[in-house]
Design a binder for this molecule. Sequence first.
Ligand SMILES: Nc1nc2c(c(=O)[nH]1)N[C@H]1C(S)=C(S)[C@@H](COP(=O)(O)OP(=O)(O)OC[C@H]3O[C@@H](n4cnc5c(=O)[nH]c(N)nc54)[C@H](O)[C@@H]3O)O[C@H]1N2
Ligand SMILES: Nc1nc2c(c(=O)[nH]1)N[C@H]1C(S)=C(S)[C@@H](COP(=O)(O)OP(=O)(O)OC[C@H]3O[C@@H](n4cnc5c(=O)[nH]c(N)nc54)[C@H](O)[C@@H]3O)O[C@H]1N2
Ligand code: SF4
Ligand SMILES: [Mo]
Length: 693
Amino acid sequence: MAMKTKFSVCGMCSVRCPIQVDVQDSKAIRIEGNQFALKGGLCPRGAAGIALEQDPEKPQTPLIRVGARGEGKWKAVSWDEAFDYVADKLKTIMAEHGPRSVLWSDRGGPFPDLPKAFMRGLGSPNYCNHDVACARNVQHGAMSTIGLGRKGVAYDLRNAKHIILQTRNIMEAVNVAEVNATLDGMAGGAKLTVIDIRASVSASKADNFFMIRPGTDYGFNLAVIHTLINENLYNKEYVDQFVEGFEELQSFVQPYTAEWAAEECGVPAESIRDLARQLAAAAPSVIWHPGWMVARYSNSFQVCRTAYIINALLGSIGAKGGLPFVNSPKDVGRKGLKKLVDLFPKPEEKRADGVGWKHPQFDAGPGLVNQAYDAIVTGDPYPIRAYLCWRHDPIMSMPDPAALKKKWEGLDLLVSITFSWSDTAWHSDVVLPLSTYLARESIIAGKSGLKPQFFVRKRVQEPTFDSKADWEIISGLSKRLGLDALVFDRIEDIWNYQLEGTGVTIDDFDAKGFVELADKPLYRPISEAKLPTLSGKIEMVSGKWTQAGHNTLPEYKSPQSPPAGLFRITFGRVAIHTQGHTVNNPLLFELMPENIAWMHTSRAEELGIVNDELIEIVAADGSTGRIKAFVTDCIHPEALFMVHGFGHRLPVESRAFGKGVADNELMPGGLENWDKGGGCISMQEHFVSVRKI
Ligand SMILES: Nc1nc2c(c(=O)[nH]1)N[C@H]1C(S)=C(S)[C@@H](COP(=O)(O)OP(=O)(O)OC[C@H]3O[C@@H](n4cnc5c(=O)[nH]c(N)nc54)[C@H](O)[C@@H]3O)O[C@H]1N2
Ligand SMILES: Nc1nc2c(c(=O)[nH]1)N[C@H]1C(S)=C(S)[C@@H](COP(=O)(O)OP(=O)(O)OC[C@H]3O[C@@H](n4cnc5c(=O)[nH]c(N)nc54)[C@H](O)[C@@H]3O)O[C@H]1N2
Ligand code: SF4
Ligand SMILES: [Mo]
């Protein structure tokens, strides 16, 4: 049969790049980046989607647990049986404890409207996503300075003159469009500065590289602010007009000189001053990246805040080549998508995780799922009894799996909806296999940007196994739970509902896979932007956080250096794998079957460890893992680094089984260590020891 090319959206990681897929004989045979958006470019994981689709080592039908939780004994059932089972359980639980006792979490992303509508339909306020283990601190860092969320401004990398990556490895923790834009920006003369605890691939391309002592970034940033202010390098006119609390910031940073930071962070004072001068020369086309995976320290929120503060001092918030404001459809005179959540009234009940009442400063959208887990245990403010875990693997993505499983013991129902096996799926009562992104449609998503757009994922082939799309699973459950408004026979009915009144039809997506709502990028000057902070300006001291009792310019506290013989556990990504769920992918496994432990040469010598030697890592609770040592000068001596996502122990994953170490298992008690200012779990506040075998 003739080959066809279909547009779709990658699902191999949370970025969701636009793709195009060649299909022959009704099967996907090749994937590349969307020609119109990414000029064909794709990352290694994106190219491995077909291996995922065809891999038999994943749940192939709905499964109901027959043994104890986590024992791995299952009964394969039909979709009707699975839907009946879940719906009946939910009805019983809701009859006894109310709809509020149902919790939902997912991986976040651009398609939350449908699951949010489902939760509203049930009458539960407890919709959450995974962000306490990812970017909440950036979100709240943005909200507490500029009032907008982190996606309220864009990173205008292509037009930047200086890009600073702090705790952000843009070349390996990939977003294809951002990689392309950074390389284009650099080809156009942009300088790159990297601040990291080790030499990443991004660092290898940098003009300035600071190998910083782990956990001292807040101190580093305070010294940069000190230099910008004391050397009069900041944009005074901009600050006078658009910044609130400058005097407080100025007096607060006085102790934090470049010399002070040199001692604290382990980088030369002159280099810090030189960086500040380079930034001033490039301003306002400067992007000090506030980070992405910042669930690391109890001061990570301050690192993110000070990133926005530095951007503000340079006048780059709202500037071309800096962090311009994104535009919604309304900003360009168009109408946005009609929302599915509006089919139901907002539940009046307060959230189980305390967001909106106990924590009034936080963004209610995705909540704080770890706090909702506590309600399972304590019944405070009310019990959570059912948990629908959708494209989310908390057992691998949160610290201390044993403690997490203990918290979940009080659940009467734990359902995992997933396209691969995961620790969470294995521990569930019911597993509902979700079709991979190649074999399912999504609802239409709206994306704000310099040019706002709508995009949609279309099914490029039928599922290889007995799986279903998100909307099919929600329809199946809704039918049995009496949520008639969410029962759809065809995805087109959802798409048409969403597009009502927008002037766009579903056929308009055929040309490029997405529909742009403006012809050219619109840069809105800050003078025209209405910032939703209490003062209406960029706040050096957050009004909202202050009202909630939080000091947003707290004194710097030096992180403890690891006691003799110990290392601080640090982690990150690599271009070949996504989090915990690609290690068992046949192609990606071949490229990188296990993780390794980076350690500084001087530390390895002390321990008598040589490169490539198998070593044992011992966590604070005495648990151990075996991994190969990577001995290098390119990491700070206090740190031990590994790529996250390895150390699988599920017998159903023959490739990943037993390979490498799970960093999340080296963080005993870590679930309790979370930041009341920023909301994230602080995962890099754990020490481990290392021994020869
Ligand atoms: N110790 C430690 N913990 C971490 C991290 C770390 O580096 N170290 N990283 C943190 C970060 S940044 C994040 S974002 C979280 C991630 O953790 P999670 O939010 O749990 O995301 P994934 O590990 O990607 O797992 C998602 C699950 O959903 C399923 N799935 C179904 N459909 C899709 C789809 O369309 N796309 C994707 N991606 N998955 C799908 C997958 O099969 C997988 O089992 O973990 C965080 N936790
Ligand atoms: N290939 C790939 N790409 C991905 C993902 C993936 O799983 N795989 N996941 C996506 C997701 S969900 C996310 S959140 C992003 C994450 O994107 P990033 O946050 O950029 O990724 P990470 O590798 O977790 O961390 C970035 C860097 O922080 C460094 N670091 C660790 N501790 C410190 C410290 O104390 N100070 C400083 N300055 N640096 C430190 C690490 O060494 C690492 O190089 O990537 C996205 N893209
Ligand atoms: S970065 Fe790679 S894996 Fe993630 S969505 Fe884009 S192509 Fe897919
Ligand atoms: Mo993330």
